[in-house]
Ligand binder design. Sequence first.
Ligand SMILES: NC(=O)c1ccc[n+]([C@@H]2O[C@H](COP(=O)([O-])OP(=O)(O)OC[C@H]3O[C@@H](n4cnc5c(N)ncnc54)[C@H](OP(=O)(O)O)[C@@H]3O)[C@@H](O)[C@H]2O)c1
Length: 332
Amino acid sequence: MRAAFITQTGTPDRIQIDQLPDPTPGPGEVLVQVGAVAVNPIDTYIRSGAIAMTLPQPYILGCDLAGTVLETGPDVSDFRPGDRVWGTNQGIAGRQGTFSERAVVSAEWLYPIPENVDFEQAAAAALVSITAGLGLCLHGKLQAGEILFVNGGSGGVGSTVVQLAKAAGAVVITTAGSEDKLAYCRSLGADLVLDYRTPEMDQQLGEFLAERGKINLWWETLREPNLPRTIPLMAKRGRILLMAGREAQPVFPLGAFYTNDLSLLGFAMFNASPEEQRAVAARINAALASGDLVPLIGLRLPLEEAAQAHRCQEEKTLLKTSPLSGKIVLTP
Ligand SMILES: NC(=O)c1ccc[n+]([C@@H]2O[C@H](COP(=O)([O-])OP(=O)(O)OC[C@H]3O[C@@H](n4cnc5c(N)ncnc54)[C@H](OP(=O)(O)O)[C@@H]3O)[C@@H](O)[C@H]2O)c1
């Protein structure tokens, strides 16, 4: 099978496209004919070596996939050949990634694709929607009527948080950095969309909060959180969710934090158990089927362009120079 893989970490030009042996499903595993995969920032951190991990040799890139079950190994009862499935969680903890024509995935990390959803949409939603669902429900415990703030409402995680939080009945405030992206966030139904490039942003946010109340759940997608700015905007018993920025050493204003009973919550989606992720996947499938969640795909490329896809993801998330909104999806 053709696959995009590395034998050494480094820049995107280390990515090779070549034939690798077809994998065979073992007990509890499923062989998937891959229909589409999506790129996430973590793929680029693993490829570059920024996250040090012991990788299989060669290491196939990618966490997300959507495709069709070709074969099941012993002890798999949930899936049959021909079923359409999606998943994330590959490419870590010694597991091979997904950027290949076929992938073997443990059945516990696979979910059915709703009828009205195609492979590209399912792959585009995978990691970001499990992340958004875990953050909103398991960690952030968002309630209907609460005020949620999320930075980067057109980003992979941010756009999913906006849509799921609106569907849950929250008041949603978000930010973006171009006219197109601001318009996209408004189209998702956000109650207040702020241009983070403008100096008026904090005043506009302050006026909105003076009318509606302070923020109950702050979802920080940025790798450099600004807690002196965030903490005074929080309602009593508010929760601040941090999920990016391994090197960050933010300043922490303790007084306004503990005197308002605030909580600071960190999480990484890969830590959630198969059962926790399956419960979120069921909610995501319901949101995809109902149209409450519509993943935005910004760039479609063939698998052969995996190196270009990684460059684009780095321009978007790390260099912040990309006009791209939406996920980068590859088809083998
Ligand atoms: N802990 C976990 O489990 C987990 C899971 C998934 C992702 N992550 C991490 O979360 C981060 C976001 O991931 P992603 O896939 O959503 O990335 P992404 O699609 O590249 O989104 C990044 C977002 O940041 C916004 N942004 C950039 N500069 C900003 C600023 N100064 N103020 C406000 N917003 C700004 C961008 O907005 P514009 O495009 O409008 O500039 C964009 O919406 C990454 O660091 C990723 O590694 C963590």
